[in-house]
Design a protein around this ligand. Structure first.
Ligand SMILES: Cc1cc2nc3c(=O)[nH]c(=O)nc-3n(C[C@H](O)[C@H](O)[C@H](O)COP(=O)(O)OP(=O)(O)OC[C@H]3O[C@@H](n4cnc5c(N)ncnc54)[C@H](O)[C@@H]3O)c2cc1C
Length: 523
C-alpha cells in the first residue's frame, strides 16, 4: 500500500508550478477542461483573447528560467506602449510623469498638488513671492482634509525620488511601490520613511499624499475607484509596501513641458507567447508534469478531519497533503461545519472585485500601436488591453482584437450584460476613437472572472490570519493569489507553487510514518 498523494486543487499557474516541483507525488485536480486558471485564453473566429489582458513581466531570474522552460523560443518581447486617455487626449502612463498635452489648467493643478504634497500648502510658504492659488475644492469633496501634511524634515532632506515605476501587471492599480511590495513589484530605497505624521489611513489618503490633489483628481482617484469598485477609503495600503514615496517633482515638471519618450530598457519590456496566447505559457507545463492531472473534475467538498475530498461526481480522494489554490472563501465553504464558526465568518467577509471582459474582433488591421490604455473617465471600461498587439498571431488576417475590462461588485453592479454590454463597449470604443463607426465587427464575446482582485479592506489582514492559522493546524498549504488572498501575478504564482511544494516536502520529512497507512486514490 503506497502513501496517499499530495493533492493540488486548481491547475492555474500556482497549481501547475506546485505539481511540476512535486513531480510524481502530485495529483492535480482542475474543474475546467484546460489548465491555466485566469491565465487561459480563448479563440473566437481566429482571434485569440486572454481572460483579461495578461503579460509576462518579472525581474526574478528564476521566473525567467521558467519562461524559457515553458516557452522556449515561442516568445515575443517588446517595449510597452501604455497610455492613459483623458480630456480627449492620450498621455503616456504613468500619468504623473507625462502631463504634456493635457489642458493647461489640468497640468497646473497637477503640478501645484504635487508640490503641496511634498512641501505643504503653497499659501503657507513664508518666502513665496509668486503665490499659486489654492487648488479649487475637488469634485470628490476632498479639498483640504487630505492635503499632504508638511513632510517631516528627514524625509525632505533625503534623496527620496519617485519609486521605480513598473506597470508589472499592466492594470494600473498604482504605480509607485516600496520595498515590501508584493512579489513582482518594484522595490528599492526610493521611498521616504513613514512617519506618524505621514502615515495615510487609507488608500485614498495615500493617493493624495503621494501624488497630490491634482493628480488624484484627474487620474488616480477616478481610475482606482473605477477599477476597485469600492470607496478607496475602505482600503488599506499594506499592499503598496507600507511606505510613502514622495513625488519626483523634476520628473513631473519635465513630463509636463515636453512629450515623454517611449520607455526603454529591461523594465519597459514585457513578454507574451508568440503563438497560442497566454495559454501557451500554461500549456508549457504539460510535458513537464510527472504526476496525474485530472481535468473536468471539480472538488465539491473538503474534509480536513478525514484528509478527504469529495468530487462533483461523488467520488472521494484521500490526500496525504493538500495544497489549495482555489479562492479562500470557497475552500472554507466547501468544508461546511468542519470549519469553526469564527473561520466561516472570517471567510464570508473577504471582499473581492470581479471583472467582466468584452472581447471585440474588429475587421480592420492595426487599430492602434498601443498595448493597453487606461480610461479614468466615463467609459464603461477602465482599461482596454490591445490584444491584437500582444502578438501578431493573436489576429486573423485583416482583423484586430481588443479586450475591454469592466470591474463590478456589490457596490458597483454591471449596468447590463450580454449583447447590451457588448454594444455599450463598442459604442464607447467609437466614442474614444479606437473603433470607427463603419468598422466591421467580426466577433464579440464576454468572459467573466468572478474572483479577480483581492480587496485590501481594513479587515482583510485579521480575517486571513484567522483562516490561515486554523488551516495550518489542519496541515493544508495555501498557495497563490486567491488562496493566500494576496495581490500576486503569474510570475509570483510560479514562485508560490514552488514554495508550496517545498512546504509539503518539509511536512513529509517531519511526519513520514503517520500518513503512510492511508489508502491512495479515488473510490
Ligand atoms: C484582470 C487581471 C489581469 C491580470 N493581469 C496579469 C498580467 O498581466 N500578468 C500576470 O502575470 N498576472 C496577471 N494577473 C494575475 C494572474 O491572473 C493570477 O496571478 C494568476 O492567475 C493566479 O494563479 P493561481 O493559480 O493562483 O489562481 P487561478 O488562476 O485562479 O487558478 C486556480 C485554479 O483553481 C481551479 N479551481 C477553483 N476551484 C476549483 C474546484 N472546486 N475544483 C477544481 N478546481 C478548482 C480554477 O478553475 C483555476 O484553474 C491578472 C489577474 C487579473 C484578474
Amino acid at each position: 500500500m503506497g502513501s496517499p498523494p499530495t493533492v493540488i486543487i486548481g491547475a492555474g499557474p500556482t497549481g501547475l508550478s506546485a505539481a511540476y516541483h512535486l513531480g510524481e507525488d502530485a495529483l492535480l485536480i482542475e474543474q475546467h477542461d484546460r489548465v491555466g486558471g485566469w491565465c487561459r485564453s480563448i479563440v473566437d473566429k481566429g482571434f485569440t483573447f486572454d481572460y483579461a489582458g495578461h503579460i509576462m513581466f518579472s525581474n526574478d531570474p528564476y521566473v525567467h528560467e521558467m519562461y524559457r522552460l515553458l516557452l522556449g523560443d515561442n516568445v515575443h518581447w517588446q517595449e510597452r506602449e501604455a497610455w492613459v486617455y483623458s480630456k480627449e487626449v492620450f498621455t503616456r502612463y504613468p500619468f504623473q510623469g507625462s502631463l504634456y498635452g493635457l489642458p493647461p489648467e489640468v497640468i497646473k493643478e497637477c503640478i501645484i498638488g504635487a508640490i503641496e504634497s511634498r512641501f505643504g500648502p503653497l499659501d503657507e510658504q513664508p518666502d513665496a513671492d509668486v503665490r499659486a492659488p489654492r487648488a479649487a475644492p475637488q469634485a470628490n469633496g476632498h479639498a483640504g482634509d487630505v492635503r499632504a501634511p508638511r513632510a517631516a524634515p528627514q524625509a525632505l532632506n533625503g534623496d527620496a525620488k519617485d519609486a521605480e515605476i513598473e506597470d508589472c501587471c499592466a492594470d494600473g492599480t498604482a504605480d509607485v511601490f516600496g520595498t515590501d511590495a508584493p512579489a513582482g513589484r518594484a522595490s528599492g530605497d526610493t521611498c521616504a520613511p513613514t512617519t506618524a505624521s505621514l502615515e495615510p489611513r487609507n488608500f485614498e489618503e495615500f493617493i493624495y499624499r503621494v501624488w497630490g490633489a491634482g493628480i488624484a483628481k484627474h487620474f488616480a482617484v477616478p481610475y482606482n475607484r473605477k477599477l476597485w469598485a469600492v470607496p478607496l477609503s475602505e482600503m488599506e495600503t499594506s499592499w503598496l509596501g507600507g511606505r510613502v514615496p514622495l513625488p519626483n517633482l523634476e520628473e513631473i515638471i519635465e513630463g509636463a513641458l515636453s512629450p515623454k519618450p517611449k520607455p526603454m530598457g529591461p523594465n519597459a519590456r514585457f513578454g507574451y507567447p508568440l503563438r497560442g496566447g497566454f495559454q501557451a505559457l500554461m500549456d508549457g507545463f504539460l510535458p513537464h508534469l510527472k504526476g496525474e492531472l485530472h481535468l473536468n473534475t471539480r472538488v465539491a467538498a473538503v474534509s480536513p478531519s478525514r484528509h478527504e475530498l469529495t468530487l462533483d461526481d461523488g467520488a472521494t480522494v484521500r490526500y496525504g497533503h493538500l495544497i489549495s489554490t482555489m479562492p479562500l472563501p470557497v475552500l472554507v465553504r466547501l468544508m461546511g461545519d468542519e470549519a469553526p464558526e469564527e473561520v466561516r465568518r472570517a471567510a464570508a467577509g473577504l471582499r473581492y472585485t470581479s471583472v467582466r471582459c468584452v472581447n471585440i474582433g474588429v475587421g480592420r488591421e492595426k487599430l492602434t500601436d498601443k498595448h493597453w490604455i487606461y480610461y479614468p473617465e466615463d467609459t464603461i471600461f477602465h482599461r482596454i488591453f490591445v490584444q491584437g498587439n500582444a502578438s501578431p498571431y493573436c489576429n486573423p488576417p485583416g482583423g484586430f482584437g481588443l479586450t475591454c475590462e469592466i470591474t463590478y461588485g456589490p457596490l458597483k453592479p454591471l449596468p447590463c450584460e450580454g449583447e447590451d454590454l457588448i454594444k455599450r463597449c463598442i459604442d464607447d470604443c467609437i466614442r474614444v476613437g479606437l473603433i470607427r463607426p463603419d468598422d466591421p465587427i467580426w466577433t464579440a464575446n464576454e468572459v467573466d472572472m468572478p474572483y479577480a482582485y483581492v480587496i485590501y479592506d481594513h479587515t482583510r489582514r485579521e480575517r486571513v490570519e484567522t483562516i490561515r492559522s486554523w488551516l495550518l493546524e489542519q496541515g493544508i498549504v495555501l498557495a497563490g493569489r486567491y488562496s493566500e488572498w494576496e495581490y500576486y501575478n503569474s510570475d509570483h504564482a510560479f514562485i508560490a507553487g514552488k514554495q508550496a511544494a517545498e512546504k509539503v516536502r518539509a511536512l513529509q520529512a517531519a511526519q513520514p510514518a503517520a500518513l503512510s497507512e492511508r489508502v491512495v486514490g479515488m473510490s
